[in-house]
Design a binder for this molecule. Structure first.
Ligand code: XMP
Length: 521
């Protein structure tokens, strides 16, 4: 049974046993969380100085890495007296350096920043953290500082060829530190090490799964919402769709979903997705507001203005439709965990990086309901599958809220949208037909404000050029252009030029992010 804080959807699952990850600002902190969850163990990421000392369900603590050095004035140095000796503790990279340094060990800048693969040696076979891990195991290093000496009560339990103190155990205290990053894929023994900590040392029951999440969340949604009515904005994306199906299971017809067509969706997407939603049993209202949006966007070329117009237009349409419903108390959103984790800025101030869709909650004066707030993206997909949703809804590529508006460079017209929809449809269907869709993170076509000369039959043409964009990524923060087969690109190019009236040239975007971005606008 879940006991939740005042706002049921500002969740902290009090009775779900958890590992707490103290975030010192490392880029891999979220990855630690995902790895722990993959062990079916629930965990929460909190800022380095916000340990929930009053939470009885904490079973262990992990200290993350950090962009800082311990001897940096700005580095985070919290008081660990409420943690050390009371819970099993694992420090990773900076976390390990800080544990040692604060007890009197020394940390010094390494001659050169050590980055990349290393092999363990001198592994202490009797150390619980290294159970099943032997000399030669590959680990991933990424650090500019090295622990050069540890206090007397610390025992070195593993080294590498370059680093003598790659891991330590504290005698008389359930505390360990590792200089390497067990959470990253290239640390071959990383999962074993995290399992040793989470399961053997902390005693984790590994009772976190999509099925258990659904069962407890549906029960708590029913209890908290009672007969209250809820409205939810669907985007066609996986997060809002899974949130809707979960809520539908909990409260059925008391949930009304609104799906707005702003005219910038993919070809036939509005009808196809609406049909999918209806077949899932959702109570959904489809609103075709494309004419309003086209009129507002007429002649607008600035990308940020396009975004603002669409964001505001969406809020207005949604608000208008929601007001036609009676007695609505809650606005539901598909917010997920990475949107909610408080991230640490380099200056040390805490920023809430929570994106409410376009300021809707403020405008509508409704209580928020965010049932996926605790889930990582892969977990959202697992919940969707467990709920029986069709695979094509679950594995859909991300698609920007402003849709094709930010893929038509320059002013938008219905004719340009038609051209782009047709070209995009050929590209996306081609990816599916050639088994490439699931190998790329995201793909689409961009309509360029460029006309070029061509020849078709005996006729000279002077028509638009388009760019195909397909990227691989894990989180959209960085991305590489997808190395699609030439034969496939040739076929797509040929099909687009032959079938899409208005296009006579196709290019392929081979820029990575950074320095480019995924979208062109
Ligand atoms: P960029 O272009 O910044 O995109 O590399 C990163 C990811 O974000 C998506 N994106 C948006 N999503 N509203 C959204 O909902 C937007 O205004 C927006 N702009 C970019 C983009 O498709 C990619 O997945």
């Amino acid at each position: 049974m879940l006991i939740l804080h005042n706002n049921p959807f500002e969740p902290r699952l009090q009775m779900q046993e958890k590992i707490v990850i103290l975030d010192f600002g490392s880029q891999t902190t979220q990855l630690i969380g995902r790895r722990v969850r993959e062990l079916n163990q629930y965990c929460e990421i909190v800022p380095y100085n916000k340990f929930p000392a009053d939470d009885p369900s904490v079973i262990g603590v992990i200290l993350s890495g950090s962009p800082f050095s311990v001897y940096d004035e700005k580095s985070f140095k919290p008081d660990l007296s409420a943690i050390r000796g009371r819970y099993p503790v694992l420090g990773i990279c900076y976390g390990a350096q800080y544990l040692s340094w604060v007890s009197g060990g020394s940390v010094e800048p390494a001659g050169s920043r050590e980055y990349g693969r290393a092999r363990l040696c001198g592994v202490d076979a009797g150390c619980a953290l290294f159970k099943g891990i032997s000399d030669g195991a590959q680990v991933w290093m990424s650090h500019g500082d090295t622990i050069t000496s540890v206090p007397d009560s610390f025992k070195v339990v593993a080294s590498t060829d370059k680093v003598r103190i790659a891991a330590f155990a504290v005698e008389g205290e359930p505390t360990w530190g590792v200089q390497f990053h067990p959470e990253v894929f290239h640390s071959e023994c990383g999962t074993q090490l995290l399992r040793n900590f989470v399961v053997d040392i902390c005693g984790g029951k590994q009772d976190w799964s999509a099925a258990s999440f659904i069962e407890t969340t549906v029960a708590s949604l029913r209890e908290q919402l009672g007969d209250d009515k809820v409205v939810l904005g669907l985007s066609g994306g996986v997060d809002s769709s899974v949130a809707a199906v979960l809520l539908n299971r909990a409260i059925g017809k008391n949930l009304t979903c609104i799906f707005v067509d702003h005219g910038m969706l993919r070809k036939n997407e509005f009808h196809n997705v609406l049909r999918d939603y209806e077949s899932l049993g959702l109570n959904v209202i489809g609103v075709d507001a494309s004419a309003e949006f086209f009129s507002e966007l007429d002649g607008v070329t600035d990308p940020e203005r396009k975004r603002k117009i669409i964001g505001k237009g969406f809020i207005d349409v949604f608000d208008r439709e929601a007001h036609k419903l009676k007695d609505v108390k809650y606005l539901a959103q598909g917010t997920i965990y990475p949107d909610c984790i408080e991230s640490l800025s380099i200056t040390g101030t805490t920023i809430k990086s929570h994106h409410n869709v376009g300021g809707l909650p403020e405008k509508m004066n409704l209580k928020l309901c965010e049932p996926l707030r605790l889930l990582f993206k892969d977990e959202v997909r697992a919940v969707g599958r467990e709920l029986g949703m069709p695979e094509h809804l679950i594995t859909r590529h991300p698609f920007p809220g402003p849709g094709l508006a930010v893929r038509i460079l320059g002013a938008i017209t219905p004719e340009k949208v038609r051209i782009l929809q047709d070209a995009d449809d050929i590209f996306i269907n081609g990816l599916r037909e050639h088994g490439l869709y699931d190998q790329v993170w995201q793909a689409g076509v961009i309509l360029l404000p460029v006309q070029s000369v061509g020849v078709m039959g005996d006729e000279r043409t002077y028509e638009s050029a388009v760019a195909l964009r397909a990227v691989t990524s894990t989180d959209a923060m960085t991305a590489d252009w997808a190395h699609l087969p030439y034969e496939f690109l040739a076929k797509v190019s040929n099909d687009i030029i032959n079938k899409v009236k208005g296009v006579n040239r196709v290019t392929y975007d081979i820029s990575s992010k950074p320095p480019a971005t995924i979208e062109w606008e």
